[in-house]
Design a binder for this molecule. Sequence first.
Ligand code: PBG
Length: 327
Amino acid sequence: MSEFERPVIRPRRLRRTPAIRAMVSETALRPEQLVLPAFVREGIDAPLPIGSMPGVVQHTRDTLRKAVVEAAEAGVKGVMLFGIPETKDSIGSAGTDPEGILNVAIADVKAEVGDAVVVMSDLCLDEFTDHGHCGVLREDGEVDNDATLERYAAMAVVQAAAGVDMVGPSGMMDGQVAVIRDALDATGHTDTGILAYGAKYASAFFGPFREAVDSSLQGDRRTYQQDYANAVEGVRESLLEVEQGADIVMVKPALAYLDVIRQVRDAVDVPVAAYNVSGEYAMVEAAAANGWIDREPAILETLTAIRRAGADVILTYWAVEAARLLR
Ligand code: PBG
């Protein structure tokens, strides 16, 4: 007999074979839980690559339709659409124009895939404003909460009329969900859902997205997006948005906020989504391109970790590829 005490409890028994490991695996990642964010740009004839997001493009109306069909074929169940208009102005007029790029793209995609894919649209002004803020500005340059709400209400109605299944208010204005729910109901769009960004942080990880939507943000978003030091505040605002009628609440970004995802999951009684954002995508892609990280395992580990933290739905630029890897 050796001198040390042999362990009686041996957790490694449950790791011994692939079959045992599969049997006791706690967290499942399914293609149906993935949502593909996609960009569509007005006035281009061919897709434009986004330099800071290798593999992601600004689509034409036509290639967007094809991309959504491809996503559906891979088993992805949702898309989140972002529009880039040719002309931006101070109030983001293109966002409420029924002929605006995002609104025509919603109708295009809906006509192509019907109910096979949940079509969602970003409901925010930053893609449409020349100053790059998520709302309209007061004279002193501050984002005007209540004036912005009126713009969001109008945007919601136009997006619903275009056929969207769920709108995604991402601007972090106070009272945005209540105003949007009201506007939708008043115009007969009672079945249009709201996926609300309840916990959205002023994050450096949105960097590549700004290139993706050609936004030249003046200043920063810290008077409306949350401080990354705060988790309680993320839970509070998620609860507020559920009270106001959110059907799904979202935490964003995802990877640096896994604790917030868990706390929100434990606090609300609606599905929780998490957005694996542009900077999180770019980090893995850049490291993989340098041979510093094994790309596919890193993607699956990232997405599974976000599920493990408590996300029911994940928005990820890897949606199609991950869905294929999971099949
Ligand atoms: C706002 C919006 C942003 C993102 C999604 N919706 C940018 C921001 O708030 O600054 C970022 C998504 C990403 O980084 O992948 N319309």
